[in-house]
Design a protein around this ligand. Structure first.
Ligand code: FAD
Length: 415
């Protein structure tokens, strides 16, 4: 006999856990199904930034030129492993089409609003569920080591100012005054005061632990292997632990979403963008403010008593192998801008797969041919930041309520 719920949420990352939470708070009977542990996917080892100001979509003017330069270099910030894959080719063509001024200007306010709404929800969730995840609002600083890089930063700040995002331009000295761990190579910075950070793993597992209290049946170690269909309509999922029925089914399966959607005949243009992180004990002279070395695309985040370096984007399909050349490039990039972090005590290396859409916006929608199957994926570099608001929007959509933000930019039909 299949077990039955109102809603099945597949995937126990930031997006899936927040979705299950908000559905349960609206009175739905929810089962959350996760093949590993809660937060064992991309939400585990990310850079932990909660950043409304990070509203520049990945595809933007100039990105193609930089990508071509970096593309095949083993230690570059962006790497595309060439392979015969029509999905990747079609994704890259759409990505190239999004690297223009107008799509970028359309995406910025959308990402800004998602980020701001989510930041409020982080605070609310932390208070309501008594979550402790080293949440701090210290802002975020993008730092530059070259005059050319800083000039690009100034231009970005001008674009962001048009969209009500205030990025303060600092000289090298001003940046070091605000963040003494920065070294003398830094020639300038952009500082956004509204950003925050907090341990992603502790946030997601903390909220995951609260789910049963709200009636959610959490099934970890349970892999969805296919669909239950009646008269062509999905009525549940098959797993390696038996069948589960649900009136509604949400795929919050990050980079794995296209695999499950494909079995229902749906094409979901999401590519896995692999990133790495290195986490170590926090040295005595550690940054207090989360940093991004803008030219190297490397993030440096203090997380409680640990310090994390994170970055790189590698399009190599579903591949979780750790490439030491790329982790070394991240370490070098971080040490280019900070002092005192040569310490690598209790070093943990990790990689995860960012679910990336070609236009840099997530997909929060239902499948047109199977309207009881929903998707919440494609959050790319911002899935932790956007987890709470994505969960809330999905719960509002499923419950037929007015949504907190317009869902129009997140429709699958745009592809
Ligand atoms: C290096 C790096 C740094 C980053 N830094 C930041 C940052 O600072 N701020 C930020 O906002 N974002 C950041 N991100 C992005 C963020 O981590 C992701 O966007 C986010 O984790 C995606 O969440 P998700 O829930 O969609 O996916 P995931 O966390 O990957 O969750 C999907 C889950 O689905 C499960 N699953 C898949 N298939 C099945 C199946 N068949 N059956 C059952 N379960 C299944 C997986 O096991 C997984 O747990 C970063 C990412 C990387 C790689």
């Amino acid at each position: 006999m299949a077990e039955e719920s109102d809603v099945l949420v597949i995937g126990g990352g930031a997006v899936g856990v927040c979705t299950a939470y908000y559905l349960a708070r609206k009175g739905c009977r929810v089962t959350l199904i996760e093949k590993g542990e809660i937060c064992s996917g991309c939400s585990y080892g990310n850079a932990c930034m909660i950043v409304p100001s990070h509203a520049m979509p990945v595809p933007a003017p100039g990105v193609i030129g930089k990508s071509l330069k970096w593309m095949l270099k083993e230690d570059s910030p962006l790497l595309i492993r060439p392979r015969v894959d029509w999905q990747l080719l079609s994704w890259l063509l759409r990505f190239a089409a999004s690297c223009r001024q107008r799509p970028m200007e359309r995406a910025i306010p959308v990402l800004r609003d998602l980020g701001r709404a989510s930041l409020l929800l982080f605070r609310e969730l932390a208070a309501t569920e008594d979550l402790s995840f080293d949440f701090e609002q210290q802002g975020m600083m993008s730092v530059y080591t070259t005059a050319a890089g800083l000039q690009e930063g100034r231009e970005e700040a001008e674009i962001m100012a048009r969209h009500d995002l205030e990025l303060e331009i600092l000289t090298g000295e001003e940046a070091r005054e605000l963040e003494p761990a920065l070294n003398r190579r830094v020639v300038g910075a952009l500082y956004s005061a509204e950003d925050a950070h907090g341990n992603s793993h502790r946030f997601v597992t903390g909220l995951g632990d609260a789910l049963p209290k709200h009636g959610v049946d959490v099934r970890t170690g349970t892999e969805v292997t296919g669909w239950l269909l009646e008269g062509g309509r999905p009525t549940g999922v098959r797993t390696d632990k038996g069948d589960f029925r649900g009136r509604e089914i949400v795929l919050a399966t990050g980079s794995w979403t296209p695999l499950l959607a494909r079995e229902l005949g749906a094409r979901v243009p999401v590519q896995a963008g692999k990133g790495y992180s290195l986490t170590m004990d926090r040295p005595t002279l550690s940054p207090r403010i989360p940093l991004i070395h803008a030219e190297r695309k490397v993030a440096v985040t203090p997380i409680g008593d640990r310090l994390r370096f994170a970055g790189t984007m590698e399009f190599a399909g579903i591949d979780l192998s750790l490439n030491p050349t790329r982790t070394e490039a991240i370490r070098r990039g971080a040490l280019e801008v900070i002092s005192g972090a040569g310490n690598t005590a209790n070093l943990e290396r990790w990689c995860g797969l960012r679910p990336c859409t070609p236009d840099g916006l997530p997909i929060i929608d239902r499948l047109p041919r199977h309207p009881n199957v929903y998707l919440s994926t494609g959050h790319a570099m911002l899935g932790y930041t956007h987890g709470p608001i994505s969960g809330r929007l999905m719960a509002e959509m499923i419950c037929g309520e007015p949504t907190s933000l317009s869902l129009e930019p997140f429709g699958l039909g745009r592809f």
